[in-house]
Every structure is written in C-alpha cells, then in structure tokens.
Design a protein. Sequence first.
Lengths: 352, 293
Amino acid sequence: MSASAAPAPPQTDERVAKVNPIRQFFSRPEAGAISGAIAIWLVFALYPVSQAGFLSARGTASYLEVAAELGILAVPVALLMIGGEFDLSIGSVIGICGMVTAMLATEIGWNIWPALAVALLVALAIGALNGFIVVRTGLPSFIVTLATLFMVRGLTIALTRLVTGRTQIGKLKEAAGYDSAAFIFAKEIPIGGITLPVSILWWIGLVIVGTWLLQRTQFGNWIYGVGGNPHAARNVGVPVDKVKIILFMCTAASAWLLSTIQATTYGGTDVLRGENREFYAIIAAVIGGNLLTGGFGSVVGAAFGALIYGMIQQGVVYAGIDADWVQFFLGAMLLVAVLVNRAIRARAMGGK
Amino acid sequence: MTDRTSGIPDSPIEVPPGRQGQTPLLDLRHVSKHFGRVIALSDVSINVYPGEVMCLLGDNGAGKSTLIKVLCGVHQPSDGAYLVEGTPVRFTSPREALDAGIGTVYQDLAMIPLMSVARNFFLGSEPTKGVVPFRRFDLEFADKVTREEMAKMGIILRDTNQPVGTLSGGERQCVAIARAVYFGAKVLILDEPTAALGVKEASVVLRYIAQARARGLGVVFITHNVDHAYPIGDRFTILNRGRSYGTFTKAEVSHAEVMKMMAGGEELETLAKELEKYENPNTIAAINAASGN
C-alpha cells in the first residue's frame, strides 16, 4: 500500500472511463495464453515448410483433435488449481477407467453402458478419496495425488495382467451397446470434405460449462474463495472441504471421459493409457494463466493452453522438425508463460 | 471449573449515564475464561448499547483476543453470563453468533485479495437467480448492492470488479465492515481494524465506524492504539493481564490517563525516565566511548 493511496472519498465514477481496453485485456488471466496461441499459429502459418499442411482443413482438424483430448482434462484441472489444489492422479485414472470398461465389456460380456457407469464410479471414488485425504490431513495435494497416481497405475497393470494375462484389451467394438456409445464419444462429423472427431464438441462444451460455473455461479465464487484464502472463506460460511472434494471428483470424471473417448475411438485400451497426461494438463492450465497457488485463473485460458499444445505437437510435424523437439518447445512455453503471467498478475494487482 | 451462575447479577454491570432501563445489545457479566490452569480472562464485565462505540484497550497479552473469541462464539466462557439483547446465550460457533447479529471483522482474515470487491462482499452468501440447473450468481445485484453499501459510507468504488488487493488497507477494512452490516449485524466487533494502517487510511476506517454508530449499531472496537480509540470511543474498557481496570466514559478519563492505565502506569514512567537519560549529551558521549567510537 503506497502512501499516495486513499484520496478524499467523494469522487465520481468517471475514473472507470480511463481504463484502457487493451490494458484491461492484458490484466485478464487468459491474456497470455490467447496472445501465445496467436503467435504460435502465426509461426506455423508463415513458415514456408509448414504453411500448406498447417493451414489445410486436415491440418487444422488434426491439431484441434490433439488439443481437444488435452483440453477436456484441462478444464477441471484449471478449476481445481483455482481452488488451490493439484491432481496428479488423473493420468492413471484414465488407465484404470479404460481397463474397467474393457474388462467388464469383453471378459465378462456386459453391455458397454453399465461397464462405463462402473468405470465412472471408480473414477469418482478415486477423486473423492484424493479430496478426502487432502482436506482431512492438510497434506499438499501434490504428494497425496502423486501417491494415488502410482497406486492406481500399479493396481491397473497388476490386476489386468492377473485377470487377462495381457496388458492390452481389444475387441471393444464387439461389445453390446458399442454403436450407441461410439456415436456419443467417438463419432466422426464430416464437415467440408474432412471429418472432425466429436471430442472437439465435448471440449468446447466443457469449456463453456466450466466458464459459466466459475464466473456465473455461487459454486464458482466458492472456488475462487477456497483457493484465494481458505480461512477467510470458511469464516464467511463457505463449505471449503466440500468444494475441494467435488473439484477432485470433477478432475477424475474428466479422466473417465477422455478414457471413454479413446477406448471407443480405438476399440480397445492399454494399461498405460493416459501416461503423463497429468503433467500436460497442468502445463495447459498454467500456460492458461492459472495461478499455482490458487485463487486466480481462467477456464478459457486453460483451453488456449491446450490449443497451444495441439498446435506445437502437430505444427512441428508439418514443419518437418523432428517430433523429439515437442517436449523442449512445450517446456519453454511453460517457462515463458509462468514469467508472463507473473507480470500480468502484478499488473492486475498493482495497476502499474 | 466452577459454575457461579447463582452469583450473576440480573442487571448490566456499569450502566453508562443516560442508559438506565435500556437493554444493551451485548452484555458480558463477570465473565472468566480458563484454559486448563491458565486464567486468560478473570471477572470481566463489558456491555455495548445501540449507537455506541465501546473501545476495548489493552496491550499485547492483555486478553483481548480471548475476549473477542468469547464474544464471537469461538470460545465459551468458563464462568459468568453472556447476554445478547437481554437473553442469555451460549454460542458454539461463529456462525451462531453471526445469526444472532454479532458480526466480527478479523484483522487480516477478512478479504481475499485476488477476488473482486463484489465477489468478496457476497462470498458465502451469494444472491442467486434462476431455477436449479441454471441457477446462477446474480452478479448485477451483487455489483449494485456493493456499490450502494460502500457509497453509504462515503467510499465510491471505481469498479466493483477490481480485485480487493488493489484497494488501500483502510478501504479493505471498510468493505469487510460494510459486509457485516449488510448481512444484518447489530453489533460489530472490530479486531484491530486500524493496525498496520497509515494515518490517512486509519481515518477512513474511523469515519466509517462513526457512520455505523450514527446508524444505531453497537461497535466493540478492539485496539491497542489510544490515538485511534480516544477520538471515536464513547466508553473505554482497559484490560491488563486478563483483568479489567474498569469501564470509563470519555468524560471520566483523559487520553493520557487511558494511555497510562493501558501500559500499567509505572512501566511508562520508568521508560520516560530512561529516555530522558539519552537526551543528556553526557550519556551519549559515554555510550559512544563504551562502544569504541
């Protein structure tokens, strides 16, 4: 607080007019990710080698599909991060959900829908357990969910091998109810000579719902409060523990959704599905301007974070660069994003 | 722990002049609080009437925090009676005290800096509109009320969407107090609202407290800063080591007397003598010589 603050109270609202719209945009959490996405799009669109492929309808569809698969996870991961917590376990929840569905549908011969419902319950139970341990013990969610990440992955591999003797299960397309499930989760929508996977619609839908939830509902206000200062939030009657547990269940549910999309698209699954996805989702959320310490962030930002990932992943292929470089670029983006977002937040807070 | 309810008088202790026959909003009679064998409060009686600022003064460790926690429902008195508007109460949580009209504004746990003013104002009690799956936070209403409530107290907000962190410390306290008033507080318990504020910012808060008093609220103003308490207070209760030195109206005590009682009197005198020594040039020379300069 500078000493120059606190001028005499009677003033009019005229000061509102002085806010520059460009400056206002740059004080928003998603500003960095949106600018970054435009910059990366320009790089691949202007680079002669990648230009043709990247700008084609197929090229666009390919990076949107990659972005969608990550973006589905990034929405609840961003909400949870604004709520002040992490979830590293989602990668292995993707694995276990696929295996539960596939084993029930192919080994036991269930209809795919009840199999999917059981997998969703498993995911929600893991999310609730993560949340419960975190709120009860006050341990950092980083450590708690790192433990569940390993436990769930190990359990998935061990049980699958014990029951089936393999680590992959196919033939999901022969299961009863597969066609209707594929229509919901794996449909290819033809648009102008190319096909777009329905996962893109799921992604866009989740971003809209997530943004509405965060910005326009009571629960959204609680998410900000819980992440910003849990003690203050509790003092004014916010059910802090409940909010956090629900958010952990949401991240687990998004892992189930991604697992279902992948399993129905490929007609099978692998125990290692979703490996490292937890890190990519966190990268997307952080690039999107979500503050690691909670209380500040944006779902739209996380969506642009996922879009950046999709464009880099597919762009380097069209640019003829070895795909080994993707990780390097992504890491560099993360570092730049953290630095840029720090400056944005200082601007939002200090107005300097 | 002994129960002494039989010994509780049936009328307020220390009725201020002109208040005979009125019921205080909040009334503690011979309250004590023990933690095991530690006596944090011993036989403290305070009350606050509508339209009055009661200052609770005391140095660190005087028992102010314990008293606040008794008032706002975090602790229950070990002994003595607690009455709200004439009815004996026994709060088991801050929420119950809040529902009874006792709003507590904590020094540093009141606001979330990265959230907007309007969002902070309604956190935990958000107004909603619409039916269940589409029920939403009525932000327009929240903005309007926040703006109005702050304007009533003479603070014009530039933008209710600005983060609370961009407000000055004094304005932040005012938002917290305005929130407590808006949500039905009849008594405000302000825990060190002017600590860590500059002179100008503290005056913003003090002006606001005067506004609240003018609206008929009772205010318990807890502080160790006599300079802030004396101009605004109607009555002063001085705590020292868990005991009350008594309650005084402004007519009964001077600024200097309050100061003296708070510090335990003789300690301040000793300090004054000690300080005098440093003003003597010979002493300074002696100190310099001793430190080898």
